[in-house]
Design a protein around this ligand. Sequence first.
Ligand code: NDP
Length: 297
Amino acid sequence: MAVIIDGKQVSATIKEELREETARIKKQHDTVPGLAVILVGTDPASMSYVRSKHIACTKLGIYARDYQLGEDTTEAALLEIIHELNADDAIDGILVQLPLPKHINEDHVLMAIDPAKDVDGFHPENVGRMVTGMETYYPCTPYGIIKLLEYCSISTEGKHVCIVGRSNIVGKPIANMLLQKSPFGNATVTVCHSRTPDIAYFTRQADIVIAAVGRAQMITADMIKDQAVVIDVGVNRVEDASRKRGYRLVGDVDFESVKEKASYITPVPGGVGPMTITMLMYNTIASAQRRIRTSQK
Ligand code: NDP
């Protein structure tokens, strides 16, 4: 039976360190890290994420500024706000909640954010820095996965990691991070996606399987080798009449069967999920530290 990786606990430990760091920054430099979060529209899941980010900021002593813009906001109006935030010294990080309404070009928006304030790590300049191994902001969910592995002392060096999913948000960045010549890299990486003919052929060879697909319970016990480490990024709603809200959340991994075969496994919820916001806070504080260093030069 696998060790269940407690993302809530790891996240709480990191958050405590971050709270201490913001207190130190305030005391020594009389400033606080600042995060601006922009939401366009009223998608309930996005609204809930934005609320959670605000609460996390408040708890850690980070200044949070939220923009709740109407669904009909123009791209020009959104870009104008981003330009203002780029020039605003009270703001160290700018996050635009995705997805955006169809009439707004996501690439234009991500490109408009000052790379120095791109705490989501999605700006092409920061992606390039990550791929080439330069200092940058790592995207929050992949960075959270790395931290979970680190906290469980699971080394990736020389391991075969099979990632299922190749999105710009999870699959591609985690693949790149694991390839780096760094303590949390040095892995042999395979990336599977919807055009991979026999995914199980690859996952069965992997020491570590990372599922970031968005298909409920797709990774089953027969798809992993004995004692593999299994990281489940997926968050899927499945109908459940026994729950008041009519559904429950499950991952991309069939937790019940896979936990009997794996050595470590992350649950859903309570695994990777809590780490994402924590690493956003981490990146925002790192940006503030950089601002302070620059102002001292
Ligand atoms: P995307 O939809 O952007 O990407 C999904 C990836 O899975 C694509 O690369 C797609 O392949 C691949 N895929 C889809 N179906 C199959 C299939 N049947 N077999 C093999 N590969 C397939 O999703 P995200 O990466 O944004 O998110 C993945 C999951 O992780 C979702 O459930 C999401 O909710 C969750 N998530 C959780 C986060 C957290 O904080 N816990 C944060 C971000 C995401 P192709 O490229 O060929 O289309």
